[in-house]
Ligand binder design. Structure first.
Ligand code: AMP
Length: 218
């Protein structure tokens, strides 16, 4: 175990980021901070943030930088993150968010930023068969012959397709990824913080590549 790892995992939606982040967070016993999960929880709870986020998420857009920076600033200030470290998944998604994060983490900088690299054609295919537990966020792959109801092995919650995994919303998200998030690869590359990990292959092999990078950087 590596205490106090502070990681960012970048990558296209559908690159298997969520599953790998859940696995890394169990392996290193650090919180998995997924801004998408936080927003979906706010939508379920009907909070003010949830009301703002719902339409944006459903149409595959991006929630405003100020809102996202506020949420993450608050979350990283909690004691589990400040003492144990964290895995950030889905944040930052814009250079503005990355610049704000550099300020938030000035005293305890991020150890490594990993770009989990999976080509666009492969993620479109993966997303269409992706199913997610509504309660704990565990990802599953549909075989086309799904159990009904589909109960999560981890927490007993409902497993379903995400409302924003429609082809239109997926393509919009991927376009936004290229225009807004891909520039972060250069941003972190220039700062010597980036490692690109091949995200294609069996999940166990991808996980092994990720842990090798984390261990080499700590
Ligand atoms: P994800 O689960 O990471 O794919 O996030 C689902 C949706 O939540 C995204 O398509 C965005 O609409 C929104 N979202 C999550 N994280 C961010 C962020 N850092 N900035 C803006 N919008 C976000």
């Amino acid at each position: 175990m590596i205490p106090g790892a502070r990681l960012i995992i970048l990558g296209r939606q559908g690159a298997g980021k969520g599953t790998q982040c859940v696995r890394l967070s169990r392996h290193y016993v650090v919180p998995h901070i997924s801004t998408g999960d936080m927003l979906r929880a706010a939508v379920r709870e009907g909070t003010e943030l949830g009301l703002i986020a719902k339409e944006v998420i459903d149409t595959g857009g991006l929630v405003g930088d100020d809102t996202m920076i506020g949420i993450v600033d608050e979350r990283l200030g909690k004691s589990d993150a400040s003492s144990r470290g964290y895995i950030l998944d889905g944040f930052p998604r814009t250079v503005t968010q990355a610049e704000a994060l550099a300020g938030i983490t000035a005293e305890r900088p991020i150890h490594v930023v990993i770009d989990l690299d999976v080509p666009r054609e492969i993620v479109v295919e993966r997303i269409s068969s992706r199913r997610v537990c509504r309660d704990c966020g565990t990802n599953y792959t549909s075989s086309g012959d799904d159990p009904r109801p589909w109960i999560c092995d981890v927490c007993g919650g409902d497993v379903a397709q995400r409302g924003d995994d429609t082809p239109e919303a997926v393509n919009r998200r991927l376009d936004l990824y290229e225009s807004q998030t891909a520039p972060l690869i250069e941003y972190y590359g220039q700062r010597g913080q980036l490692v690109v990990v091949n995200g294609v292959g069996h999940p166990d092999n991808v996980f092994k590549r990720l842990t090798e990078v984390v261990e080499s950087r700590r």
